[in-house]
Ligand binder design. Sequence first.
Ligand SMILES: C[S@@+](CC[C@H](N)C(=O)[O-])C[C@H]1O[C@@H](n2cnc3c(N)ncnc32)[C@H](O)[C@@H]1O
Length: 293
Amino acid sequence: MSSLLKIFKYKWKTYRHRFVPWIVFNLRKNERSVRQVTERSKDRLVSDEEVSKTLIRFFRALLRNDLARQGEVLRLLSTSTQIRYLSPEDNERPEKGEPGREHRRPMETMLNTTGFYIERKPSSLPFAGTGVFVTRGMVPKGTTVAMYPGTIYQTFEPILFQSIWNPFIFRCIDFILIDGNDKGISKMIYRSCSGRDRIGPFGLCDATWLTANPKNPLAVGQYVNNCSKDRAANVYYQEYEVPEEFPLELRQYLPNVNYRHDTQRTLRCVVLVALRDIHPGEELFSNYFTIVN
Ligand SMILES: C[S@@+](CC[C@H](N)C(=O)[O-])C[C@H]1O[C@@H](n2cnc3c(N)ncnc32)[C@H](O)[C@@H]1O
């Protein structure tokens, strides 16, 4: 009986933040139904320059890979055009995976560039839904291990409808909000904003984090679960203001977009940084209420 009660209490504690009457009657606590950062820490393990360096190096590898894949598609297309016009004996259809394949999957690219790979999987905590795990390689302390994707809202921008039953809203120290929900109205808004922002041929952000296969595999930070008594945090949130000089052609891999288009405003991102070496098989845990800025 007592174990049933315990399970019920546990379930209720994790669910109540999404139960509207509870939220209404607990307005002060309600603030915590968004992932609200209340503590500021100055203990940065990495500088913004280092975060930039890591992201640029990784995004360059992703871009090289995408270009190689596009080249390969063009080559295949031109070959298949020839197939139609040439005689059958001239058909040398390239096989999938044959030598000469230039492009890699994002996972291989990430493993080769950063030395690790992260993936969403059922959490190791009961009733905690999905979590994020290091599935390949090792993450050294101080490494940017994930990014928190989503639409960026300034304090004066409307987010009421998006925030209803939405556990993916992250609040920064300065009250800037990031809506990392990959479903419903949040998803529609992100798609619409990301389609709006382009410079010439370049998209300025990535919308594939809304799918099961993001082209930037780091963009799953919104699925990292909160630490608990027996699962200490192994990553922390760090604000990262994308510098003006961040290469234009690499911005297409940034998983964030400003809700309102404003060329004067820099883009706020939040990255997750490893607090210690993290080994393959380990789940990532953060502290929902602490951020480094
Ligand atoms: C932003 S989501 C994290 C991803 C979530 N696990 C999912 O599958 O959608 C935050 C929600 O995850 C669950 N969660 C996070 N940390 C937890 C923990 N330590 N124990 C139980 N549930 C947790 C809670 O339901 C919380 O509202």
